[in-house]
Ligand binder design. Sequence first.
Ligand code: SOE
Length: 398
Amino acid sequence: MAENTLGVGMIGYAFMGAAHSQAWRSAGHFFDLPATARMTAICGRDRAATEGAAAKLGWESVETDWRALLERDDIQIIDICSPGDTHAEIAIAALAAGKHVLCEKPLSNTVAEAELMVAAAQQARLHGVRSMVGFNYRRVPAIALARKLVSEGRLGEIRHVRAQYLQDWIIDPQFPLVWRLQAERAGSGALGDIGAHIVDATQFIVGDQLAGVSGLTETFVKERPLPAASSGLSAGTGGGTGAVTVDDAALFIGRFGSGALGSFEATRFAGGRKNAIRIEVNGSLGSLAFDFESMNELHLYDGTAAAETGGFTRILVTEPEHPYLRAWWPAGHLIGYEHSFTHEIADLLTDLGNGTDPTPSFEEGLQVQQVLAAVADSAAAGSRWQSLPAPVAATSAA
Ligand code: SOE
């Protein structure tokens, strides 16, 4: 392979596998990167289906056992796009085998697993083997711009952080019991799947972590039809029903280290909301507001401006000065959801090419897992306040 070409082995070919494949295909064509990715192998349990995915998504070869990826000398990066119950075993083994790891969110299904993954990442880092968690919404330019404006003090002292992640794909009680609705596969429901995103994105924007939370969760539909065996659930399913073992919705409040107050809502039962991420931050000098359904816009309120002309300003985040945008189109030509993954892969390859550690780190993924667990514990204890431990700092290579 050419100088600084890194072979990628990806596990999984569903929604995230397709989103990552698009990013592996495109990142090097839009960003000048110090390392080049080669889409060497895609892995899935069913050979025929995986061969179809390889042809469709642009992968050179197929494996049906993820362990085979770790034994290949033509693979330097492992990209984990499989359900959360697989993350820890694969990531820990891949890091020990000297492979860099990109792991989809949430990092794992439990804090205990995440702690083992952090230990493996810290050990691997000593040998220049690096790791990253796939919180892609950090790489939406408007969210990256929001972080920049907060870090420059444009909002002053942060007082409120308000975030929602609203979906409605399982409102129908006849929607089958897919893996995301099974605790042993997904860990939790809306809380870990989409709540993780707003925890990470808001902490990223304000540059601060939650210090304590109180929450409540609900499972509105407690039994669902078992899906066909092809869904990946236990063989022979199909006909009959099974218990939903995760939350359908989670609401929680929190206090950040700075004293700012946070309110969060993650639900799959907001009828009519397909993938609505809404974030508003209020500070002593101003506010900002983001809505993923208008993902190329950021609304900024400058509290220091004259009242006569005051109010929220709509920033169209498509200028070359805006994060990532120089790689794309002239101002005003919008970008989409898939670009956040291209930015994620571009940043990963930049770090791997430069020998620096990608973010978010596994330590940041662990901290999100701790928040999720604290919300779940609070909900189980009748919404009792749960304090959070100080975040584990990402080690640098020795
Ligand atoms: C399902 O809720 C899902 O695919 C999440 O798993 C993704 O992380 C989110 O970006 C879109 O919705």
